[in-house]
Ligand binder design. Sequence first.
Ligand SMILES: [Fe+2]
Length: 380
Amino acid sequence: MTTSLERNTQHALLENRKILVVDDEEPIRRLIGYLLQTHGYTVTLAADAREARQLLDQEPYALMLCDVNMPGESGMDLVRNILEERPHTAAIMVTGLDSSVLANAALDMGAFGYIVKPFESNEVLIDVANALRRRKLEIENRLHREHLEDIVHTRTMALQQALEWLECREKELRLSREETIQRLAIAAEFRDSSTARHIHRMSHYCELLAKRHGLSPERCDLIRTASPMHDIGKIGTPDHVLLKPGKFTAEEFDVIAQHAEIGYKILSGSDSDLLKVAATIAWTHHERYDGTGYPRKLKGEEIPVEGRIAAIADNFDALTTARVYKPAFDFEHARELMVKERGTHFDPELLDLFLSLEEDLRRIHDHYADTANQNLPEAA
Ligand SMILES: [Fe+2]
């Protein structure tokens, strides 16, 4: 936004008609000064570069007419320097030497004109008028460009702030969604001996395997977020079956097996990709690769990859952590037991990949080890 002070400064800059004439020959200096003054310009005279610099330091000039050959600093050096330091000051070179080389050098340097002595009055007046007109146009262009840049900068900043705000809200929404899912999953897990830490380990094992299997980052994230809901269907399993110590009868097993179907019914039918993946995992995490699992006895790659991944992660965690009916097995023991079911229970390729990730598995296992406050949700 341009302020009134800036507008006044810009107006003064554009309307400036002060001209500095620099020439060591006094008659020429006076002649040019008189000529310009009688045509309405405000003129100041300087005998050499040093005096010219002092005057330029005191106030701004719209135009400098400068002799090329002067004692001390040459007119070319003075003009080159002034054009660099004061882009709002234009320059015309005045010289007794009619040389195209010198004229081109002056124009290349940024001078707006080149007047050869002796000159006609009109020649000086026309060159001065042209130089001032061109200077005004250049300043207007520059101011316009700066104004546009200001607008672009302001709008870019506003857009950036809006994007940051949106990213912040999106992150909040995502975290709150993940926490809600974890708390719901933990509510279901509370009903048996499972723990909140099981939810975290399971979801990170799933994400790890999905990543190493080459699934897209978006799908890996969905699997990590959705997998905690794999046993949500247990909220439909009666206590006398779910909490029964010891082995299940065949009838009881049928009842507990229904948690996969119940979980699917709870989670399916949504347009949300997250709930679709969650429903798939709940429905298929107890299928077995050889087709002897439940609830649908899917076989091999009929079982969605999310379900095959969850089966490995869920069983690995059950083996490597203590449950009421068993102690925690070490990694080697868990590996032996799982390898025995390679190709029967577990997808052989995924199992090999999973068991090759020992270092990462140990890191997740140790990071989310069971503790006294194990049922409190926590950031993943
Ligand atoms: Fe389950």
